[in-house]
Write a protein that binds this ligand. Structure first.
Ligand code: IMP
Ligand code: MG
Length: 184
């Protein structure tokens, strides 16, 4: 098979498509166990969540609603600035709802610490954080995921929804980006 031009920028594959499929299935099952009968609202954090969210809601046989928010944390190149702004908000009241936050990667924790507090203020009945990837070595905020797909080392990763400068989101696996791509 032809390697796409995008894939020439990948240093190594971290999580294969097969690993993604089986782990997402497990996460879907775990969410079912936790939230059966609670009419949860799956809240995806755009844009990185879009592929994971689509697979996760299908892997989870719960009756549920979906919502999306966009949060911008003013990242310069590959590092978060610590300030978060809502660039696309909820379209409905979430008071007394059981929320499942669906995130691509938990890095410094800035984004999810902000979002969790925001949803608490809006009166969420419960908040379950599901992140596909967790980079615990980089955490600066006290936030932990309730469910996480894979722990990743302190390397910049792309694919399966995750981007660098809005590209590489459609690579079907998780790969480490060659540092020269963002250093140059
Ligand atoms: P945090 O606020 O520092 O936890 O960062 C969260 C957001 O930064 C994630 O939702 C991603 O969009 C982005 N991010 C952090 N690390 C990476 C990475 O290695 N690759 C791609 N995006 C990342
Ligand atoms: Mg994200």
């Amino acid at each position: 098979m032809r390697r796409s031009e995008m894939e020439q920028d990948i240093l190594k594959v971290l999580v294969t498509e097969e690993d993604l499929r089986s782990r997402v299935a497990e996460l879907g099952e775990a969410l079912y166990e936790r939230l059966e009968g609670k009419d949860p609202l799956f809240l995806g954090v755009l844009k990185g969540c879009f592929m994971f969210m689509a697979d996760l809601v299908r892997a989870c046989q719960l009756e549920c609603e979906v919502e999306f928010m966009s949060l911008s944390s003013y990242r310069s190149s590959t590092v978060s600035s610590g300030k978060v702004e809502i660039t696309q908000n909820l379209t409905k009241d979430i008071a007394n709802r059981h929320i499942v936050i669906v995130e691509d990667i938990l890095d410094s924790g800035t984004t999810l610490a902000f979002l969790k507090q925001y949803l608490e203020k809006k009166g969420a009945a419960s908040i379950t954080i599901v992140t596909l990837l967790d980079k615990p070595s980089r955490r600066t905020k006290a936030v932990t995921a309730d469910l996480s797909g894979f722990q990743v080392p302190d390397e910049f990763v792309v694919g399966y929804g995750l981007d660098y400068a809005q590209r590489y989101r459609n690579i079907p696996y998780i790969g480490v980006l060659k540092p020269e791509v963002y250093a140059g």
